[in-house]
Design a protein. Structure first.
Length: 263
């Protein structure tokens, strides 16, 4: 009887080991076939090797060629197959817009200075730069930075119908671009407050004359606009006409008087 039990126990042990081996071996799945990766078509694109600030002169070491997915390469990018001498031709140009490291270089964001200063280079065609004096009280407490949009407000005294002096304010320029505060043309080193003495504005030639006259009539203040309502729009352009409310300023050219806003 004892021998029979040992035989049964041995058979059960062998069966258990066999089942365990079968279970362990059945879990191994054959490796999935590796699909061949489709080679990515690339093209060499000229990019900024380091940050290029607004108004700075581009040097040879500031740009380099970098492989770029051909499908994602914009036609505005400088590509090696079409412009192999791009490094040489861009050297000495002035950046009209800032570049960050790795950003593709675009020809429309560069201009040849030909010996001129950077401010003349970054001004759009047909526009003028004019500076006005500001203070923390008239310059939004120093929170206006280059490339912000502002409204220009004229405050002046005028004799009323009753013979008394009256003081009033009016917006003579809306959504005007600030080119620089003092001599800073961009926000540097994370600086968020620039308390300057002068602000350089971007205006058309006629607007420049009107602003120069307004400066003699009273005090000019800058009101900072929100980003939500900044930028060009059909009803309120980036270089909107000064004195939209009518009446206003009289400009004399060669002895001939004309109303401000008349072109």
């Amino acid at each position: 009887m004892k021998a029979a039990r040992l035989v049964v126990l041995g058979i059960a042990l062998v069966a258990g080991l066999g089942a365990a081996m079968l279970a362990g071996g059945g879990g191994d799945a054959p490796p999935a076939p590796v699909a061949d990766a489709t080679p990515l078509n690339t093209v060499d694109v000229l990019v900024a090797a380091a940050d290029i600030p607004l108004g700075s002169v581009v040097k040879t070491e500031d740009v380099r060629w970098q492989a770029w997915p051909q499908e994602a390469a914009n036609a505005q990018f400088l590509q090696k197959p079409t412009t192999p001498q791009a490094i040489e031709t861009t050297t000495g140009s002035i950046a009209r817009s800032p570049f960050v490291a790795g950003e593709p270089i675009r020809a429309d964001k560069l201009i040849k200075g030909n010996g001129s200063g950077y401010m003349a280079a970054i001004l759009p065609a047909g526009m003028r730069a004019i500076s006005i004096e500001i203070s923390p009280e008239t310059g939004a407490g120093g929170f206006i930075l280059p490339n912000d949009r502002v409204d220009v407000i004229l405050t002046r005294r005028q004799q009323g119908a009753n013979g008394r002096d009256e003081t009033y304010s009016e917006t003579i320029g809306a959504n005007v671009r600030v080119l620089a505060i003092d001599q800073a043309v961009e926000d540097k080193d994370g600086q968020r407050v620039v308390v300057g003495k002068t602000a350089t504005l971007e205006l058309s030639p006629v607007q420049t004359e009107q602003l120069a006259l307004s400066r003699q009539l009273g005090t000019l203040s800058l009101a900072l606009r929100s980003l939500a309502d900044s930028g060009p729009s059909p009803s309120d352009g980036a270089a909107s006409d000064l004195n939209k409310r009518g009446g206003g300023l009289t400009i004399v050219r060669f002895g001939v008087a004309s109303q401000g806003g008349a072109r």
